[in-house]
Design a protein around this ligand. Structure first.
Ligand code: NAP
Ligand code: ZN
Ligand code: ZN
Length: 348
């Protein structure tokens, strides 16, 4: 077994604290990755505080993992020791259902195996995430990372990146599409970068006036402060697509009003409480609401390759593992610019 140091949530209400555990030995199809950096996603906070229900403790969060391969099993084809590698939000799925066969493993009919806060497919091991020094994953769920990019700034691509890239592609965002991004956090800032890179006209919808300059620096063409009714009024019926990354409880109505004919709001944020959907706001302009969960393995690799080609990474603030509880506090105050990334050297 592989000795691993980590930080874990032990209960929903206590700070994360040190936790030692063992990873499985490297099997013939497995890759062992020494974790160098791990991004901090709002989903880590939701789950460590049991905001979605059913959390399993102790829980090692973290699903934006990058590092170096230290060992590859005898049948592994894609990786060898020394390669850079990434692990995102899932580490397994059934592999044989229709969805898995289309590389939409995140929608596996049997349910994907999340990187943490879930039982692995052996039915007895609790999956533990990337706030740790090592991880062992079947190579089918491990991504190749280009050495061209700054590795620590690549980590957030494994969740925030693919979760915004995939729906923008799915709804066919292209040159001139009027895209709005709700919420300038980890997901939101990646949505802006991708939408701009696909040629869209991009508007930031934010509750934080202080983020206007940053939104423009990220490439957004316009900025709308959602607490200002006058500003909102100007954009009624305007957008083709809204990517809703809001993590806190909120009503969808404000955003639906802004959709044009056949406009689509893609929900990627997962607030603890269900949001109200006024039917009239959907009927008007034949609007629709779509949900989207991360992206499949093939599309995640495509996104990483796209980022390497177009020089796209996340804007990050590097923290030590020991600073995680403070980082969670800042995340709840919308004070993240724009993703915390843990340097796992702080645990070794
Ligand atoms: P984050 O960095 O905390 O960003 C969320 C942003 O939402 C904040 O920065 C803030 O932006 C905005 N916001 C906060 N409170 C708000 C309110 N009351 N009304 C309107 N906007 C508000 O979080 P994240 O890591 O990007 O994650 C966002 C959400 O996506 C989380 O719920 C997470 O669990 C979920 N998620 C889903 C998937 C998926 O597969 N679908 C994957 C990853 C994460 P402003 O300051 O600009 O208002
Ligand atoms: Zn995430
Ligand atoms: Zn499946």
């Amino acid at each position: 077994m592989i000795e691993t140091k980590a930080y874990a949530a032990y209960t929903p209400t206590t700070p994360l604290a040190p936790f030692d555990f063992e990873r499985r030995e490297v099997g013939p199809h497995d890759v062992q990755v020494e974790i160098l950096y791990c991004g901090v996603c709002h989903s880590d906070l939701h789950q460590s505080r049991d905001e979605w229900g059913g959390s399993i403790y102790p829980m090692v969060p973290g699903h934006e993992i990058v590092g170096k391969v230290v060992k590859a099993g005898e049948h592994v084809k894609k990786f060898k020791a020394g390669d850079l590698a990434g692990v995102g939000v899932m580490v397994d799925s059934c592999r044989v259902c229709d969805h898995c066969r289309q590389s939409l493993e995140q929608y596996c009919v049997e349910g994907m195996t999340g990187t943490y806060n879930t039982m692995e497919r052996d039915g007895k091991t609790v999956a533990q995430g990337g706030y740790s020094t090592q991880i062992v994953v079947d190579e089918r769920y491990v991504l190749s990372i280009s050495p061209k990019l700054d590795l620590k700034a690549v980590a957030p691509l494994l969740c925030a990146g693919i979760t915004t890239y995939s729906p923008l592609r799915y709804v066919n965002v292209t040159k001139g599409t009027r895209v709005a991004v709700a919420g300038l956090g980890g997901l939101g800032h990646m949505a802006v970068k991708f939408a701009v890179s696909f040629g869209a006209e991009v508007t930031m919808l934010s509750t934080s006036p202080s983020k206007e300059a940053d939104a423009k620096k990220l490439g957004a063409h316009k900025f709308v402060l959602t607490s200002d009714k006058e500003q909102l009024k100007k954009y009624e019926g305007y957008f083709d697509v809204i990517i809703n990354t809001v993590a806190a409880n909120h009503s969808y109505e404000t955003y639906l009003n802004l959709l044009a004919l056949n406009g689509k709001m893609v929900v990627v944020g997962i607030p603890p409480k269900a949001s109200e959907v006024p039917a009239g706001k959907l009927l008007d302009n034949r609007r629709s609401i779509i949900g989207s969960m991360i992206g499949g393995m093939k599309e995640t690799q495509e996104m990483l390759d796209y980022c390497a080609e177009h020089n796209i990474v996340s804007d990050i603030e590097v923290i030590k593992m020991q600073d995680i509880n403070e980082a969670y506090g800042r995340m709840l105050k919308n004070d993240v610019k724009y993703r915390f990334v843990i340097d796992l050297a702080s645990l070794k």
